[in-house]
Design a binder for this molecule. Structure first.
Ligand SMILES: Nc1ncnc2c1ncn2[C@@H]1O[C@H](COP(=O)(O)OP(=O)(O)OP(=O)(O)O)[C@@H](O)[C@H]1O
Ligand SMILES: [Mg+2]
Length: 181
């Protein structure tokens, strides 16, 4: 006989934390609602996220997935109030988000690159510190740029890369000896 799932199982299935061991096993951890209403986000005019709408209920755990550079951190910046939407509205507990607030925090992706150096120059510096002769450094850096999937981004500064892209530059910086032959 097919059994209906319990309320707790239903909540767990949709990612709502369930507090066990209390009288009301369906108690939900308190939290705020977050709404994105038809939001478009950009940095330099070209939209990174177009017309996104989503609601997060109190206590709900929402996971955004997608390819590196598709705009996940950009959405988090908008929710934190660090990036003003081109259009649409971000709301926390029903109130428009106009800036940062103690109620909303973001844990940023690690960034250990020199911000004033380009991707190629950040990798080149690591090669230099490892004793790679100046002559072959640019080529070696370019091989690494290709290897970590950043072809075309060699002249970018870290601030214009996504978090995952920055981490891949760090990967290239951290393991240059493979190409240092
Ligand atoms: N400060 C910025 N200035 C200009 N462009 C940016 C900036 N930050 C991110 N971008 C661009 O916006 C796009 C989305 O970046 P975002 O950081 O949101 O990606 P992501 O989905 O979090 O990627 P990852 O999985 O690699 O962390 C990328 O194409 C990136 O180059
Ligand atoms: Mg990111």
């Amino acid at each position: 006989m097919k059994q209906e799932p319990t309320e707790a199982a239903r909540r767990a299935a949709v990612g709502i934390p369930v507090v066990h061991g209390r009288e009301d096993v369906n108690s939900v951890i308190s939290g705020m609602t977050l709404d994105l209403d038809d939001v478009t986000l950009s940095y330099t005019g070209t939209p990174v996220v177009r017309r996104l709408s989503l609601d997060v209920r109190p206590g709900e755990i929402l996971v955004l997935t997608g390819a590196s550079g598709c705009g996940k951190s950009t959405v988090l910046r908008a929710l934190a109030g660090l990036l003003v939407p081109d259009s649409g509205e971000v709301r926390a507990d029903g109130k428009p988000v106009t800036g940062t607030d103690r109620d909303r925090a973001v844990v940023f992706q690690d960034n250990a690159l020199l911000p004033w150096r380009t991707v190629r120059s950040n990798i080149g510096l690591a090669l230099s510190l490892r004793g790679e002769p100046r002559a072959g450094r640019r080529e070696a850096a370019d091989r690494w740029i290709e290897e970590v999937g950043l072809t075309g981004f060699g002249d970018y500064l870290p601030k214009s890369l996504s978090g995952g892209m920055r981490q891949r530059v760090q990967l290239a910086r951290g393991s240059p000896e493979r190409h240092a032959r």
